[in-house]
Design a protein around this ligand. Structure first.
Ligand SMILES: *Cc1c(COP(=O)(O)O)cnc(C)c1O
Length: 372
């Protein structure tokens, strides 16, 4: 089977430096909050263009810590898109609060900004849009709405690290920006990891306390927190990966352009597009298939070509039994039934990409020659 994302080729490329970095951690022995963690936070804050970076144990914990720092509590409502990875809703539910889902814009798969205001109630305490597949949500509009209603905004930028919106980087666009370093994300480590970004000193201080059991000093627990630290070894790995991130984003763009060039005339497929104000990092290369998605996946798999669905169910469908407060989200329903992600990544080989294209065109033609 062809690889969906090739992480081994990336490792080959940076092996010597990564091994040396890990070795140094093994020798100094500061496995928890070692110097690499602070070095990484400085470099990440610099890269994103914000004052504070608070690394943590995963993208999910970054979102959870952000909601905790903003004081989200039971019965509060947080607005999210109806179409995302489940963690976006899960962290809200963990705090006893209610995710209120808003449908997405079919052009970007991100929250439909025209439907946000209708979802705001007196219980709404935050808006948490997702920058899905590597393209930022329309934060210019979202921030305007949030300001009008005096609400904080959290970006779930787990898939969009390195992307830009009106020239500014993902994770610098909102009250708090969150990302994930899960291995397959645009900036991934070799385990779990994540980070929060903010310009606000007080929120940064709160996030740092929440990350270590709510400690304001050693064994002085002044608020509720979690064990949310990033391992020093993962920070060491990320320092090496950050050095090649811009080169990898360029490779992602090149490979996405190649898919675009060769698949654009295949009428069964709708390809991803970036809005003028956005640069897209293609955390996933996800297309919409007009019909027979499952058959396409099956026929491609028979030819050793793996395709994955991000995501086969909407958030309201996942929450169906517990929450009835969501407005219908027809576009999210269509997306969940029709999208599929192609093998992709900075190290996708030319041979593999040619094969994906060739096979996908043949499969599409076969399906289109059959009656609906
Ligand atoms: C991956 C992802 C998360 C969770 O990140 P983890 O590091 O796996 O906890 C949250 N939201 C979105 C949109 C994601 O893609």
């Amino acid at each position: 089977m062809m690889k969906f994302i090739d992480l081994q080729l990336q490792y080959e490329h940076i092996k010597k430096n990564v091994n040396e970095r890990i070795q140094r951690v093994l020798e100094h022995g500061q496995f928890i909050m070692g110097p690499e963690v602070y070095e990484l936070e400085e470099k990440l804050a610099d890269y994103v263009g914000v004052k504070h970076c608070i690394t943590c144990s995963s993208g999910t914990d970054a979102l959870l810590m952000s909601l905790m720092a903003l004081g989200i509590k039971p019965n509060d409502e947080v607005i999210i898109p109806a179409f995302s990875f489940y963690a976006t809703a899960e962290v809200i539910l963990l705090l006893g609060a209610t995710p209120v889902c808003v449908d997405i814009d079919p052009a970007t798969y991100n929250i439909d900004t025209h439907q946000i205001e209708a979802a705001i109630t007196e219980r709404t305490k935050a808006i948490m849009p997702v920058s899905l597949y590597g393209q930022c949500a329309d934060f210019k509009r979202i921030n305007n709405i949030a300001q009008k209603h005096n609400l904080p905004v959290i970006e779930d930028g787990a898939q969009s690290f390195g992307a830009t919106h009106h020239g500014r980087k993902s994770c610098s666009l909102t009250t708090i920006g969150c990302t994930s370093f899960f291995p397959t994300k645009p900036l991934g480590c070799y385990g779990d990891g994540g980070a929060c970004f903010t310009d606000e000193d007080e929120l940064a201080a709160a996030l740092r306390q929440i990350r270590v059991h709510g400690q304001s000093g050693r064994y002085n627990h002044t608020r509720l927190g979690i064990n949310g630290r990033l391992d020093t070894i993962q920070a060491a790995i990320l320092l090496e990966k950050l050095d090649i991130l811009e080169d990898e984003i360029f490779l992602r763009e090149t490979k996405a352009a190649n898919y675009q060039k060769h698949l654009k005339n295949t009428s069964l497929l709708t390809l991803p597009t970036a809005k003028d104000e956005n640069s897209h990092v293609f955390g996933q290369y996800t297309v919409l298939i007009q019909r027979d998605r499952d058959l396409v996946i099956k026929l491609m798999k028979q030819q050793e070509t793996p395709l994955f669905v991000h995501y086969p169910r909407t958030i309201p469908e996942q929450l169906a039994s517990s929450h009835k407060t969501n407005a219908p989200s027809p576009i999210s329903n269509i997306a969940s039934q029709s999208v599929v992600s192609l093998p992709f990544g900075p190290y996708l080989t030319d041979d593999d990409q040619v094969n994906v294209i060739k096979r996908l065109i043949a499969v599409s033609e076969k399906i289109q020659s059959q009656p609906t």
